[in-house]
Design a protein. Structure first.
Length: 174
């Protein structure tokens, strides 16, 4: 009986280790895909007060990795790129006015955008992260996947201001 329990315990431990290794490899792949910050953002509709509802197009060899990275890409885009508006939704400038901010505050943004990092506090998937049929396409050897997300820009701005990463809106008038 003890031999059977030992075999079961060993099997469970091996299963846990295997799942952990696979998860770590997936996160590494996702980070490699994100390092180039290859994505596109488009306005979807006006969100609730202080938030933007946007579609983020992310690229990866695996569609599930692109979906996973959409949140990170959305927050990065709001901070550093902004987005062009549509007929019904106004475009937005990036929160950062300094084009070198990402390099100047590299230590801050490295931890901010780490897996499970602080960026997660400001973004959520819309429609439970479901991807419409036309929002997943094969482009060469990789996928381009569009995911609609909501970014709480007012809270994000406040957090970046409090951390001294960006200047407060009214600071130019002092």
């Amino acid at each position: 009986m003890q031999t059977i329990l030992k075999k079961i315990n060993l099997t469970i431990i091996l299963l846990i280790v295997t799942v952990s290794v696979c998860s770590a490899q997936k996160n590494k792949k996702a980070n490699n895909d994100t390092e180039a910050w290859r994505y596109e953002i488009e306005a979807v509709q006006t969100g609730t007060q202080g938030s933007y509802l946007i579609k983020v197009w992310s690229y990866s060899k695996k569609p599930d990795v692109a979906i996973e990275q959409a949140k990170k890409n959305a927050v990065h885009g709001i901070i550093f790129r902004g987005f062009i508006g549509s007929q019904s939704v106004a475009g937005q400038k990036p929160l950062a006015n300094n084009g070198n901010l990402e390099v100047e505050k590299e230590d801050f943004f490295k931890s901010f955008f780490a897996n499970g990092g602080k960026y997660m506090k400001f973004v959520s998937m819309s429609h439970d992260g479901a991807v419409a049929a036309g929002d997943r396409m094969k482009v060469g050897k990789e996928y381009k996947v569009g995911v609609v997300v909501s970014v709480n820009v007012s809270t994000l701005r406040k957090d970046l201001e409090d951390a001294g990463v960006i200047k407060a809106l009214g600071s130019g008038f002092n």
